[in-house]
Ligand binder design. Sequence first.
Ligand code: COA
Length: 387
Amino acid sequence: MRDVAVIGVGLTKFGERWSSGLKELLAEAGIAALEDANISSNDIEMLYGGTMASGRFIGQEHTAALMADQLGFKNTPAVRIENACASGGSALRQAYISVASGIHDIVVVGGVEKMTDVTSAEASTALGGAGDQEWELFQGITFPGLYALIAKRHMYEYGTTEEQLASVAVKNHENACKNQLAQFKKRISIEEVMKSKMVSDPLKLLDCSPISDGAAVAVLAPLDKARKYNDTPIKILSSSQASDTLRLAERDSLTELKATKIASQLAYKHAKLEPKDIDVVEVHDCFTIAEILAMEDLGFYKKGKAAQAIFDGETALNSKLSVNTSGGLKGCGHPVGATGVKQAAEIVWQLRGDAKDRQVKGAEIGMTHNVGGSGATAVVHIFERAD
Ligand code: COA
């Protein structure tokens, strides 16, 4: 296995991008990533593209070939990766494997979703495809509903409060205010979250990630060739993934995502690190309860202890552990196929020292955590500045 580095990243602004189509979003992020990597489209040997439901959102399938076409990669092999909201993270992992194995040198990983061209009801149905259609969605539950069940159980078992849930959204909107590419550059208070309209009890509008458009692209290379392109390559120390049942009803516990636990334990083992070594992490906060679960399942807090720690500000920018400095899915937005790659871009900027107003001081080790559905897929990457 060869060491692998990220040599370039590019991102669009996330949000309601009504004047840009899927192709424009891809071009915007792709050109930025190729320029960042200082590389020509002729050098790209392989592309992995993450998209969750482009067919349902805009009628466009075959999105990896479209990415390659749009970015001017002539006859470069391209494969689409669909793994629900973890499509981007899974595409990154495939790109990592392909460079680590020695099969390809320069590999592009893209993620994209154009979600705002349909009604909220249509978006909700498309996102529901990440759950078990027959046993869950057909019975009438939506994704906010599934995470609401998890939240209710967490509240019952650990006394987690709605104010503690709200504090996740408040922190992530605060971070998003420092991110030019974020969907919501808007501060919110716990009171505003509590008063926002109920979506699925106990989750309110401001406990939910939004419907978003956006794209993210990263370029990977073998570490020993990376400096030819970029002075500050970011090494991928480990890349792990695990699965679990699609159905919540089949899980041993509703208050943990086992796939996250397994993927992170493997990631720590391969990187020879522990949770205390991580300086900055982007976790999958599709709903506020999801960030609380992530902080526990990734090993940063014992079960039942993360909610109060977040409420107390331990995970704010430049506190004990900086979490979701981009604004997370809640504040930065969640164009589902793009999210996993966007998380990697944020960590790359943090480890290069390029995160501007939201820079974590002295960040050396970063982590990304990308979840598909209600936890049937979890992908964890650990990154290090390769000085
Ligand atoms: N956070 C903050 N503001 C939001 C928001 C969110 N999640 N969703 C919508 N808004 C804002 C809109 O910008 C709009 O503001 P405006 O009136 O100032 O323009 C207002 O709220 C109403 O927006 P609308 O699109 O009508 O909301 P909606 O009720 O149709 O949708 C949700 C709200 C929460 C149902 C929708 O965002 C959603 O389904 N989120 C979850 C997405 C999801 O499941 N992702 C996959 C996770 S695994």
